[in-house]
Design a protein around this ligand. Structure first.
Ligand code: 5AD
Ligand code: SF4
Length: 482
């Protein structure tokens, strides 16, 4: 028999797009409330979680794991053995969503095996009304649909669904709060992500993120520093400060906080490696440049999404910079940090992108010579301005451009990688090869993957590695004791 559906709240994209700049950000500092009834039920029960998408989702996944462990669930890496399955989803492109639908479909087998199992879907996908509708209509095996704003209600949602034997939809479309003091389960003991802000107010015309994650809201500096200090004390070697646009950190706080200042204060805590992502090319400040040039533990690596090299496309995307301004920024970064490595995101096939627009993108790629890049074919997202734009460019043309872009990027990626051969570079060792424990793997300060011969007891340490070869995907080398 089909379960009854209880709708506590449904998503609404219009509501999600509202921004009231005068409304102060609400900080919620309550600790997690775990119903004791649920803890009794969760004893000896297992959870499985799969997280798709960006680092913001990875951190949400770690919060969900922290919550479930506090409730009393244990982890299993096999969804078919789980009593509770959570799919933490990404909405950035259609192919990301297709993967999730595939996985929801295959979870039907879990329900057949264990009808009491609870299946929950959350994350950016469920912030969209048409997705919630599709899950409700097509996938009766899903018991819980919740969103990015109410992760901290998960214990109550699980209990309600169990006790009333109902399917629950609880997705809020709102500007959002800053919720502190939630548990966080980090399985990696070497590298940690720390959120410094949530949401996004940029509303680039192709992007669904401002609708799924609410307004830009910064955490208070003291809360961030406290979390980072604890990570340093626990022995973490690397912290990555996270936000959709970290450069804009503090602008919504009205207490004078800025990203440049935060960067300096976190660097001073003594974490061996400090990174941050993502930087919008628009909000760079002198303070940030100065910090990056001054503190050796701020890594010489920057992810600087270009999206397009055509000024017309950039304008229609709402990116607020020109290709010339972007290239000047790259020049400045290279002047301040000579060994800086630069990666990017590029979209091809934005509505009505012309051959000349595409050529402009290739020209920026030729100028910047990126160390690495993520490339995407434009995917219209329901509710965004981009999805309403007329688009006459055939898909085959977009695919051909995509191929050409990847080919051009590869030339420079290869060039950059080969320039490392013969050099000695610092590598944070993350693990050993399964076949041979003295083949180690880690990332350089410039974020290059390095596989090398070394001492397996050095996992978790930063060692010097002499690079002997550059392959397409990684650098090869040997540890040196200099
Ligand atoms: N289609 C294709 N790529 C997109 N991105 C964001 N939205 C879309 C979309 N609708 C890309 C951008 C962004 C990265 C995270 O994903 O390049 O920087
Ligand atoms: Fe999306 Fe633009 Fe915000 Fe990045 S800055 S999350 S691309 S709207």
């Amino acid at each position: 028999m089909k379960k009854k559906v209880v709708i506590n709240a449904s998503p609404d994209l219009k509501q999600a797009a509202k921004r009231n700049k005068r409304e102060p950000i609400i900080f919620i500092r309550d600790n997690l409330v775990v119903p004791s009834k649920l803890s009794l039920i969760a004893k000896d029960k297992k959870y499985f979680i799969r997280t798709y998408g960006c680092q913001a989702n990875v951190l949400d996944g770690q919060t969900i794991e922290g919550i479930l462990r506090e409730v009393g669930y244990e982890y299993t890496d096999n969804p078919m053995e789980a009593d509770l399955v959570i799919l933490n989803t990404c909405a950035i492109r259609e192919n990301a969503e297709d993967k999730v639908f595939g996985e929801i479909g295959s979870l039907k087998a879990l329900k057949t095996k264990n009808p009491n199992a609870i299946i929950g879907v959350c994350g950016c996908m469920t912030q969209q009304p048409h997705i919630v509708e599709k899950i409700q209509k097509t996938y009766p095996q899903v018991d819980l649909i919740f969103g990015t704003h109410n992760i901290h209600h998960l214990p109550q949602l699980i209990l309600e669904s169990m006790e009333k034997n109902v399917r629950i939809v609880e997705v809020y479309s709102k500007e959002g709060e800053v919720i502190e003091n939630m548990p966080c389960h980090r399985s990696d003991k070497i590298k940690a992500f720390v959120n410094i802000m949530y949401g996004c107010d940029k509303f680039c015309t192709y992007c669904i993120v401002p609708y799924t994650r609410g307004k830009q809201r910064s955490r208070i500096k003291e809360d961030i520093l406290k979390e980072c200090k604890a990570l340093v004390e626990e022995g973490y070697q690397e912290i990555t400060l996270l936000g959709q646009n970290v450069n804009a950190y503090g602008k919504d706080l009205d207490d004078g906080s800025s990203f440049g200042e935060l960067l300096v204060e976190v660097a001073k805590l003594g974490i061996p490696r400090l990174r941050f992502t993502t930087s919008h090319p628009w909000d760079f400040t002198e303070e940030m440049f100065k910090a990056m040039g001054t503190y050796p533990n701020i890594m010489p690596f920057i992810h600087l999404p270009l999206q397009s090299g055509s000024d017309d496309v950039l304008r229609r995307m709402g990116r607020r910079y020109t290709s010339k301004e972007y290239c000047a920024l790259v020049d400045k970064l290279r002047e301040i940090i000579p060994n800086v490595s630069i990666s990017t995101d590029i979209i091809v096939g934005f509505p009505n992108e012309t051959d000349q627009d595409f050529e402009d993108t290739l020209n920026v790629v030729r100028y910047v010579k990126y160390d690495s890049a993520f490339t995407f074919i434009y995917s219209p997202r329901v509710g965004t301005p981009g999805a309403k734009m007329e688009d006459k460019t055939p898909h085959e043309v977009k695919q051909a451009r995509f191929k050409e872009l990847v080919k051009t990027l590869a030339i420079y990626e290869r060039e950059k990688a080969e320039a490392y051969v013969g050099k000695i570079i610092p590598v944070l060792v993350e693990g050993t090869s399964k076949k041979d424990k003295n083949i180690l793997s880690g990332y350089s300060d410039t974020n290059k993957l390095v596989n090398f011969k070394g001492d397996y007891t050095h996992v978790g340490k930063i060692v010097n590695v002499k690079i002997t070869e550059a392959t397409t995907y990684y650098l090869k080398g040997e540890e040196v004791n200099e």
